[in-house]
Unconditional design. Structure first.
Lengths: 441, 299
């Protein structure tokens, strides 16, 4: 028996009909829209979406515009609320526990692993999107699947990369950004000699501190836990990482122990530091600055992925965003349609563009997005999802990995050791004791 | 029914009911719940089971918690003493006949009126490792040649946060003590002057004894506010560097809300209660010395 579905029929007839009247662009649009017929929103459906508050205005504007498009097309009322990204997490946990709240919550990191049984299986949505857009990057599966089922739809991540000054690097004799640890350290020393030292956050900086400290340990082959969740942070690899970090720290600008997330942006744009890790926001701020001095910096700002160490592969940590649909939602089909709709090319690409690359895509096909071609300096951010490791690598994700990060165990360990307030051995032991508390449950 | 309502005991209970319900719902219940959570391993989003003193045992052995306890006691003690001395001094000055008295009194209150989060952000810039105005001025004047790392070195960070707390807390102490000073009858000072008392004696034997009840209340509040401070630290350092400015309140938040360990966070918060009680009892029994206020001695 040949299956001839309603969709096929429509593709064949209405699609061409529309194409005839409205042109090819609309025809493609129509096809995609029909593909969405897969999830017919419930009658009178109303959705509440809670997401993290935008880092750049364009993100929010375009997200809301896309939402409006969905609402009009499918006659579904959608309300989008935003909260600071660090506040979404506890709210999502409470919603999961209490069994009421927003239908969809766009949260951070491994939230989908903290209460997978409270989430709707969205395998159909993810398979559909993955099939259509070249598949998901591997890390998406780690963050969003549980026992072979997708429990959240990956939205992407806020990518991080090295932000540095090209001129000073070239003057120091580097034709391109070093790809190994030895070269990276040499470059840091060169920046310091030029009076433009590096600066990496070592305070309790939720974003920047965690990102580079995890990279430091992972790149040397150290990790907090093994695959079974046993704490294995005390290791020669971690010790090597801390000793390397100490050499790196010696090149830093004074004051990084107190740095929170915004400090490196300010110091970089003021020309005080020559290298840091950050989202694309520094470059964007320079581009849009009205201050002539900052504007002049634009051409000199370069981006690069963090170097690869003995671990033999990129070991970056980025702020990942899962979109979770809760079981208590009365309108799961409307919600699935919404999730699929927002991830479709027609919505996702303009949105990513409006967010100026702040969000790196989870679907491979979006590598071809015009955003990444518009400026070669965007490229390191393009690959964020491709090269990152999941939080709590290489152990299971869940409550323990989340709590370990929230308690700044990795950051504190690195800060203690590199600043010399503790020996690497003491710092590792302390980290082990603290992490074991979380991993014992 | 009518007879029942005429009964003064029943009526009294009835009138107290709304207040009782309010206290029960908004004070006793959360406090009780918090204490109970401290004995469980509840996570955000997952109900826990009773674990007895497990949380407290862990916290006792946890270096970060111990450090936070030390930080909190140090922060509270130093900041409260400075706030008291400066506040009393300001109150005494403002109690004199000075030109533009009302204006000065209003200005003094400003740090107290500004929302803490805002003043904390101002301090965050003042203490910035790269952009500190204080360092900038000192460098320009040639007194130092590198910027001061206010929040980057453990002890300096502790003192810097205390300074910010004092700046914010002094007006409260000063204005309350000023109110207390104004209730002291001028005739007492006249009498003392006639007896040939020196200014110091007038302060020591008239002002201070009559002011102690107010001091007791003000300092109790001041200690409570300082001990439970959160916003200032959260904005300035988030407890860093190396957890050297983590207070019990900020650590409790970090563990309970960001970290999801509601039980452990609640235990940290509950562990603050005995210290707060001790502070209250101290001011209650230590400073309410009625006999002394009336010129006698305590015993």
């Amino acid at each position: 028996m040949t299956k001839f579905t309603r969709r096929d029929f429509l593709k064949g007839t209405a699609g061409t009909a529309v194409a005839g009247t409205l042109g090819t662009g609309s025809a493609m649009w129509a096809q995609d829209a029909f593909a969405q017929g897969k999830w017919t929103p419930e009658k009178g459906a109303k959705l509440r979406v809670l997401r993290w508050k935008r880092f750049v205005q364009g993100d929010e504007d375009m997200w809301l515009a896309n939402t409006k498009k969905f609402a009009e097309k499918f006659k579904v009322d959608v309300r989008v609320d935003s909260e600071g990204w660090e506040d979404v997490r506890p709210k999502a946990a409470v919603a999961a526990n209490v069994g009421s709240g927003p239908d969809i919550i766009i949260s951070t990191f491994e939230d989908a692993h903290q209460y997978p049984d409270k989430l709707v299986d969205v395998t159909d949505v993810c398979n559909y999107l993955g099939g259509k857009y070249g598949g998901w990057y591997d890390v998406c599966k780690e963050y969003c699947t549980e026992k072979g089922k997708w429990v959240a739809v990956p939205m992407g991540c806020a990518g991080n990369s090295v932000v540095h000054r090209i001129g000073a690097m070239k003057e120091a004799g580097f034709s391109e950004f070093p790809k190994d640890l030895a070269g990276f350290l040499k470059l840091a020393q060169a920046y310091k000699a030029k009076g433009m030292p590096p600066g990496f956050a070592l305070g309790n900086a939720t974003g920047d501190g965690n990102v580079w400290c995890h990279w430091l340990v992972w790149s040397h082959g150290g990790k907090m836990v093994d695959q079974k969740g046993n704490v294995v942070i005390v290791s020669p690899e971690t010790e090597a990482a801390l000793n390397y970090g100490k050499q790196l720290y010696d090149t830093f600008i004074p004051g990084t122990l107190s740095w929170l997330d915004p400090n490196n942006n300010k110091a970089f744009l003021d020309g005080q530091i020559g290298m840091t890790t950050n989202g694309i926001s520094i470059y964007y701020a320079a581009k849009n600055s009205t201050d002539a001095k900052i504007k002049a910096m634009v051409d000199d700002i370069g981006h690069a992925n963090l170097p690869v160490g003995p671990a033999g592969k990129p070991t970056e940590l980025n702020l990942f965003f899962p979109m979770m649909l809760f079981k208590y939602s009365k309108f799961p089909n409307a919600a699935k349609a919404y999730l699929a709709f927002m991830m479709e090319k027609e919505q996702y690409e303009p949105w990513q563009q409006a967010a100026i690359g702040y969000v790196s895509h989870p679907l491979k096909a979006y590598e071809q997005s015009p955003l990444w071609k518009s400026d070669p300096k965007n490229i390191p951010y393009r690959d964020s999802m491709k090269i990152m490791l999941p939080n709590g690598y290489s152990g299971p994700m869940g409550y323990a990995s989340a709590a370990t990060m929230a308690d700044f165990i990795m950051v504190n360990m690195v800060a203690e050791a590199v600043s010399g307030s503790k020996t690497p051995k003491e710092a590792m032991d302390r980290a082990k004791a603290r992490a074991e508390r979380y991993y014992k449950v | 029914m009518r007879r029942l309502l005429d009964n003064r005991h029943v009526l009294g209970l009835l009138f107290m009911l709304p207040a009782g319900v309010l206290l029960l719902v908004f004070l006793s219940y959360p406090l009780g719940l918090g204490t109970w959570l401290g004995f469980t391993d509840t996570k955000v989003g997952r109900a826990g089971i009773w674990v007895g003193l497990d949380n407290y045992k862990f916290l006792w052995g946890d270096e970060v918690t111990r450090l936070a306890l030390f930080n909190t006691l140090f922060y509270t003690f130093v900041a409260s003493v400075i706030k008291f001395v400066l506040g009393l001094w300001l109150a005494l000055l403002l109690n004199r006949h000075i030109p533009f008295k009302s204006f000065f009194r209003a200005v003094i209150l400003l740090p107290f009126i500004v929302p803490t989060a805002l003043s904390a952000i101002a301090f965050w810039w003042i203490y910035d490792a790269q952009f500190s105005i204080v360092s900038w001025v000192l460098v320009k004047m040639g007194i130092i040649d590198t910027y001061i790392d206010f929040l980057g070195q453990p002890w300096l960070a502790r003192l810097s946060t205390i300074a910010a707390n004092v700046w914010r807390g002094v007006p409260f102490v000063a204005i309350c003590l000023l109110a207390g000073l104004q209730t002291i009858s001028p005739s007492l000072y006249e009498a003392a002057a006639l007896d040939g008392a020196t200014p110091w004696q007038r302060f020591r034997y008239v002002t201070l004894p009559l002011l102690t009840p107010i001091i007791a209340v003000v300092m109790t509040f001041s200690v409570l506010f300082t001990f439970t401070d959160f916003q200032l630290i959260y904005v300035l350092t988030r407890g860093g560097p190396l957890n050297s400015t983590h207070l019990m309140a900020t650590l409790s938040f970090q563990r309970a809300i960001s970290g999801g360990s509601l039980g452990e966070g609640a235990a940290i918060a509950t562990a603050m209660v005995p210290f707060l009680l001790a502070a209250i009892l101290f001011s209650y029994f230590g400073l309410q010395r009625r006999a002394w206020q009336q010129g006698g001695s305590d015993r």
